[in-house]
Design a protein around this ligand. Sequence first.
Ligand SMILES: [Zn+2]
Ligand SMILES: [Zn+2]
Length: 402
Amino acid sequence: MGGGSDVTETKLTCVKCGKPAHLQCPKCMELKLPREGAAFCTQDCFKASWSMHKSVHLKAKLSTIGTGVPNEQNFETINDGWLYCIKKGRARAPKLPHFDWTGSLRPYPISPYRIVPTHIDLPDWALDGIPKTEPNSDLQHVVEIKSSEQIEKMRECCLIARKVLDVAAGMIQPSVTTDEIDRAVHDATIAAGAYPSPLNYHFFPKSCCTSVNEVICHGIPDARKLEDGDIINVDVTVYYKGVHGDLNETYFVGNVDETSRRLVQCTYECLEKAIAIVKPGVRFREIGDVINRHASMSGFSVVKSYCGHGIGELFHCAPNIPHYGRNKIVGIMKAGQTFTIEPMINAGVWRDKMWPDGWTAVTGDGKCSAQFEHTLLVTETGVEVLTARLPSSPDVYPWLKL
Ligand SMILES: [Zn+2]
Ligand SMILES: [Zn+2]
């Protein structure tokens, strides 16, 4: 995702924050899409918007190729997106696309779309894959101060998300498939009366993200069996009473080598250290400095393309929270704000690369990546971890045992 290129005329405003825009998405320019929807003020805003912005490219391509099953010719043109997933009945193509894979992991077939019973409240993307409120909301620019009613809903929702993730944690062992984990996450979410937020969000085909080894984030649950020595991140978001709660953890599969164990523990600590500075008056950009310091001390690197985010009635909104050092994100924390911190730490280089499915972000060198995430509430005196571990949470981290 190369980054934006310079814009010469400067009347455009940033799609993400509304400030004057100096960058233009290169993919939008290539597809000759309207400049208004493709303008960004900084690389930070461009990168932060990418996971959502890219659906603009997808929609443009969809409208040009129609809705039928693609023939071989336009199959080529859509191969750089993950359109071939949807067009193939939500299974990946039987033949792997040509791709310069960075590690040893490969995509496996994806199971059919899971059904959501009618009594579950749906977010506005559930039926057609396109979020409508989220991209146009003022809350992409303004950080909302939640009311006590909203905060109470966030508490309930985040508690469900935590319990759902704990179900996944309890399943991790060799030979379990990530699709089986997804089914358990889906069923536990529905059983709690909630909707699995990732399902059909910008056409994401599954109910959680499962990111194995070199996958940084947004891995799609599929038929691959977990192997002894793998590490796997499970990222769960649920939608309940009109709000979202988002968290993730990275787990060990059987016996994991020393480097991966250090990486996972270091990433856990990065999140803990970042949470420890959260209180009213602290600059959002300081989070990245804390994380960068701890990761680089251990010889690891921090992913730049994916950030923490505001959360509430919207799945992703302001503030945007980079995890890397010396970022230039503006704004200070205030009581009543809710956002995630979710550092992705790599054993090798910080650079990421996208699989041809358009979702799976992997490390540029194929080495492992780990992540932890919490949804947080800024309180008058500090922070409340809305997705905190429970006494019942599976006991999977040796460093938490005393
Ligand atoms: Zn998440
Ligand atoms: Zn998140």
